[in-house]
Design a binder for this molecule. Structure first.
Ligand code: MSP
Length: 576
């Protein structure tokens, strides 16, 4: 990120939740990671100095219990499962700059540092906890929040449906009650802090409950798998205090503060407070109540926004091990293709709402939106140029008003999509793109360039130029969603840029689709964004600024490579 070349850019820090390593990554984790990657790539292409963080949450009772059940030492168990999440980041072509594990030394130091800051503020006291705890949620609940389990007399359930157990143990507490009014005032002053609005309402009514917030137990004594409380080894830190701290650990916190490494916090200085924590709707309370209160107590600025996305169901049913419908991202990439999956998830589900994955739904999107609408637009236009214009960008000497209107519609997309991304309305941004894609298909039909070849070759050139230039603009704007496919489209228009910078598809042996041509050489780790780092200037022609800057318009006479289909149709495998 911040090197000399990029230091004049505005910083942007975006994070996902860090996943518990008690199980393997599933489609819900992939959904969150892809959405954050789409946002991160968009901001990079829009000229920001982006830092994108994801990782794993490895402490706590849930992980410890699962490790014991697997007959493994917790650390070895975490190493094994964290590797799957790290691998998922690669297979999803995430452009993350860092992958944090909460068992890392840097994180243990940062967690202990924030603890000391809360203690120094006078916000921690020793007492004992007697109450309900849900191991699955790693959360404490008041009696009033629980329901009776209809299938198990005497068992109480948390709002998530997870069983709770009664816990009594010595515990340190955080004076959360003192933050009730401060939090309410903060929400009032920062109306877009919690999004979407429905989640905000839930938080405001929780914080504003009769009597306000109650103090929070922030240490445990009945098991060991956690960060030791500074100065009291009998306690480990409550996993959520440790986990939330990951967001600042990764930037080098506490720097030259307590226990930190001086000079390692350059990113903390430039990139904190975070611009956006992307998380699921089930963990909004931790991010929008506890985390800001901890930060206020420590005297650290509060993050700018928490976006609680919805949950993905499978064919209308909740994903669960017992239903056997937990979908693995790898299997879906193999079946449908990575960019196709990324597109489907971002287009199908209005971001913030719950959504459902269905086989029929993704096939429909692949064949109608990608193959028919976008793929054919490019394929038809580029084939005509290849055959009729000597495989060169045609002349733009005589563009008429229709042509200009087409080009303007594509240029205006930058502002429309930016407005949608400002509020994480990814589906709206795609809708806007597709309005232009459909308009471009209607433009081809209306202009009928195939008829013009003999009748009016100069007009044919103007039409084909307009189409090629429209596709260039669309290709640039499609990159955050479908980095590899959009990159290929830009390659076909000879738009300069590092082809591998737009990422790669992993996992050969795709079925259903003929995607062999889509498997690019995977440049790993470095500068997947095509924006920051050493390739930044080389990739300027693929940045959003190049959509509207006339200097980057296609130059007539530029030789183009032979066109190839970018979005193949999905063909159902023959039933045996
Ligand atoms: N470890 C905590 C987060 C700590 S953040 C400081 C946690 N982990 S998790 O593995 O249970 O969930 C990780 C993320 O995946 C959460 O944001 C969660 O909401 C999201 N999802 C888990 N299942 C999901 C779906 N079925 N659909 C969409 N997102 C879901 O919570």
């Amino acid at each position: 990120m911040s090197d000399q070349q990029t230091s004049d850019k505005q910083p942007y820090f975006i994070t996902t939740a860090i996943s518990y390593v008690n199980g393997l990554p599933h489609l819900g984790h992939a959904y969150e990671a892809i959405s954050a990657d789409v946002m991160a790539r968009f901001k990079r292409l829009d000229g920001f100095d982006v830092h994108f963080l994801t990782g794993t949450d490895e402490h706590g009772q849930k992980v410890e219990k699962t490790a014991i059940a697997a007959d493994m030492a917790p650390k070895a168990f975490c190493d094994q499962n964290a590797a799957h999440f790290r691998e998922m980041a690669r297979t999803l072509n995430l452009s993350n700059d860092d992958f944090i594990r909460t068992t890392e030394e840097r994180h243990i130091k940062a967690s202990q540092a924030i603890w000391k800051m809360l203690a120094d503020s006078g916000d921690i006291y020793l007492d004992s906890y007697a109450g309900w705890y849900s191991v699955r949620d790693e959360a404490y609940f008041d009696e009033g929040e629980l329901t009776d389990d209809p299938d198990n007399v005497g068992q109480k359930l948390a709002p998530s449906g997870a069983p709770v157990e009664w816990v009594e143990e010595p515990s340190y507490f955080f004076k959360l009650s003192e933050y009730t009014d401060k939090l309410l005032a903060f929400y009032e002053e920062n109306p877009d802090f919690i999004m979407p609005a429905t989640r905000k309402n839930e938080v405001v009514s929780f914080v504003g409950q009769e009597g306000g917030l109650r103090d929070l137990s922030i240490s445990r004594t009945t098991f060991n798998w956690g960060v030791p409380v500074p100065g009291d080894d009998a306690h480990i830190m409550y996993v959520w205090l440790d986990a939330l701290t990951n967001y600042i650990t990764a930037l080098g916190f506490p720097g030259d503060g307590i226990g930190g490494v001086a000079g390692r916090d350059a990113a903390y200085k430039t990139h904190w407070p975070a611009d956006l924590h992307i998380i699921g709707k089930d963990i909004v309370r931790f991010h929008a109540v506890y985390w800001p209160a901890f930060l206020m107590s420590a005297g650290i600025p509060v993050q700018k926004r928490v976006f609680g996305h919805g949950f993905l169901n499978i064919e209308g049913q909740k994903m669960s091990k017992s239903l056997g419908n937990v979908l693995s991202p790898d299997a879906m990439i193999n079946e449908f293709g990575l960019d196709q999956l990324r597109y489907f998830l971002m287009r199908e589900v209005p971001y913030g709402q719950d959504g459902s994955f269905s086989h029929e739904g993704i096939v429909q999107r692949i064949n109608a939106d990608l193959s028919n609408d976008f793929g054919n637009l490019a394929q038809r236009s580029l084939s005509m140029i290849n055959k009729n214009c000597g495989a060169q960008v045609p002349s733009n000497a005589a563009l008429n008003d229709d042509d200009q209107a087409m080009l303007d519609a594509a240029a205006n997309l930058v502002a429309e999509m930016r407005a949608a991304f400002d509020v994480q309305a990814f589906h709206t941004a795609l809708e806007a793109m597709w309005t232009v894609i459909r308009a471009a298909n209607a433009y081809i039909d209306a202009q009928a360039p195939w008829k013009l070849r003999k009748e009016d070759p100069a007009r044919m050139e103007a039409v084909l130029y307009t189409l090629a230039e429209t596709i260039r603009r669309l290709g640039i704007l499609a990159q955050p969603f479908m980095p590899t496919s959009a990159g290929k489209m830009l390659d076909q228009l000879a738009v300069p840029g590092d082809a591998t910078a737009s990422g790669s598809v992993f996992g050969a042996g795709l079925s259903g689709l003929d995607l062999s041509e889509d498997i690019a050489e995977g440049g790993e780790g470095v500068d997947l964004s095509g924006q920051s780092g050493p390739n930044a200037s080389a990739n300027l022609p693929r940045q959003f600024a190049a959509v509207t800057d006339p200097a980057y318009m296609l130059a007539p006479g530029t030789v183009l490579p032979a066109p190839e289909g970018v979005f193949p149709r999905f063909v159902e495998a023959e039933a045996e």
